[in-house]
Design a protein around this ligand. Sequence first.
Ligand SMILES: [Zn+2]
Ligand SMILES: [Zn+2]
Length: 396
Amino acid sequence: MQSRLFNPCETGWIDPVESAWLGVIAFRRMKGKGELVELRRNPLTDQWIIYLDQAAIPNREPEGRTRSGRKSNRTKADACPFCDSPDHPDRVDIMVVRDETCIYVREGTKVPEWDVKVIAAPAPVLRIEDGLSRRGRGFYDIMEAPGAHELIIMTPEHGKPVWELSDIQIGRVLAGLFERMTDLLKDRRLGHQFAYHVTDRDSLSWTDHAVLNLVAVPFVPEKLKTELRYARQWYTSKERCLFCDICQTEKENQARGKPHGIIEETENFTAFVPFFAEYAFEIWILPFEHHADFLSMSKDQRADLAGILRLILHRLFQTLGPLSLTVTLMNQPNRMWIQNRETWPELDAGWHWSIRIQPETEIVNEELRIFNRAAGSRVNPVLPETAADHLRSAAS
Ligand SMILES: [Zn+2]
Ligand SMILES: [Zn+2]
């Protein structure tokens, strides 16, 4: 019988759909330009829910997909909304990355050759131009929401899934992400930035390009807030970082020949299946050295991260075949934003950034999925140590 696993970063068994993700999911279903209405706080959970204009969520299949959910074959780049096509004059290009050099695109000028391109999301959940206005309606909290939603086009090549990208290409993506995160960090209205990539196995991405989303929101999402709370409690009682302790425990288990989750290590990073993995074959990548801020990485460390990311994504593919997955960066909140709201001088010592890869596999069947949704609980049918065994033995 499988044992129940406890996630020390969480309050308990949570639904995987987080407050911030609600907006993201709505965005992914949209076709046209969605009008943001407002954010409302759920007084029971403290979650901010992003509301969009209902009319912007039509009951139609997303463009480019057939009824079966399979992608249609795109043969011409001029039909692509992200390539340099005059068919999409509304597209706002922000920046390109060539090799690892970031070049901002000036309005009205030709977009330079690119290895990675950053554009404004065509149907953003949040917009940078919107003002921040908080108010009450009855006893409810409401705010109009400034924010940013950008798409980092990870490769000029169509139909190339993320596990086929090279180390060098992932390094370019990280260079673009660094530059845009550093720029958006200057906006003190924005509490948090999160970056995520989604691969949908059945449609491989409605854009045909691998895309990394970068979203900056005027609040700290509930999942992060919960993890910050528990990390803080841990730090306050033990004066140690919870994430460093998790890494240390994995190392000790490995050294003693006990079951452990470590899959791969480099000079700077460790990749492991956490003891409390919510998803089958979930993997976390953390820096060995304690760092609260993703943006504190050096250029050499960034190249090292690109290498381990490519290797891990490729091993997942070798183990499970083409799969749906979500890759999320869990970074610290914006320090300027948090300073005005909550004092946690030890934030740098008590928080540790990570990248989390959460596959959606057929191992979790529909019955378990329904249970997870209905019970607000997680059932993971693969023990983390078993998943790690498989991933370690996969060819990279
Ligand atoms: Zn294209
Ligand atoms: Zn740490």
